[in-house]
Design a protein around this ligand. Structure first.
Ligand code: 6PG
Length: 234
């Protein structure tokens, strides 16, 4: 496994660490290339990190924000990842903010966003979360993951069923990747990931520039689960 693992004492410490790591990546990217292109994760985990970032001192005009996936609901629907991100105050600080136009419908939004992000790659940093089943962005276990930069998802098991997601190669086309994991309910997926099960998050995160920032309790339970199942097999 190429991925680095960093444990933090609790969810707040995960958000603090992520905010620090993103700030460092931004400083370096702006110094070297004059801009910081960040792909945001959806779901609830990263929102604490976005609030911390919004309250921090950054060279904001150099920041461009993109999304790893979006749910196909109206732009003002609280289920929208962009709606939740805007509520943290982060996009209004950034120089540029590029939500996925998922209100157009999955296929049209995928076509439009493909054109939007192609000139933005390689991204300076990609942020990701992980679901209890090991999904990341809107790449779900047991589903096709076409070799496309951005594609429509019609039957996501996590509602809403219709989504738009960046593909594996687009998510991996980055200088650094942070995968944020909190919550004991994700222990089994973490245990499977570390046991080598080809979960979407494992496949996407299997690059040298990826780092998992995880709540200590979740990793400890996953490690206990792994040793208990090993004993059961003996
Ligand atoms: C989404 C997210 C998804 C999310 C995971 C974890 O649109 O649902 O992009 O991939 O990161 O489901 O969600 P939580 O952070 O809420 O546990």
């Amino acid at each position: 496994m190429l991925t680095d693992w960093q444990t933090e004492v609790d969810a707040a410490a995960v958000a603090d660490a992520a905010c620090r790591l993103i700030g460092i990546a931004a400083r370096d990217a702006i110094a070297e290339r004059g801009r910081f292109r960040l792909v945001l994760a959806g779901g609830s985990t990263p929102m604490a990190t976005y609030r911390r970032l919004a309250a921090s001192d950054q060279n904001w005009k150099r920041w461009s924000l993109y999304y790893g996936d979006e749910r196909c609901v109206p732009a003002d629907d609280p289920q929208r990842n962009s709606w939740a991100v805007i509520a943290t105050g982060l996009p209004e600080k950034a120089g540029k903010h590029f939500p996925i136009p998922a209100e157009l419908g999955a296929k049209a939004a995928a076509t439009e966003y493909r054109a939007r992000i192609k000139p933005a790659m390689p991204f300076d940093m990609v942020l990701l979360g992980m679901g209890e089943d090991g999904h990341t962005a809107s790449l779900f276990p047991g589903q096709d993951w076409p070799d496309k930069t951005v594609f429509a998802v019609k039957n996501a098991p996590k509602p809403p069923a219709e989504r738009v997601t960046l593909g594996i190669n687009a998510l991996q086309n980055c200088r650094s990747m942070l995968i944020l994991v909190t919550g004991e309910h994700k222990t089994h997926a973490v245990q499977q990931w570390r046991a080598g099960v080809e979960l979407p998050v494992a496949r996407v995160g299997d690059i040298g520039q990826a780092r998992v920032v995880i709540e200590r309790k979740c990793l400890e339970l996953a490690t206990d689960q792994a040793s208990n199942s090993a004993v059961a097999i003996d």
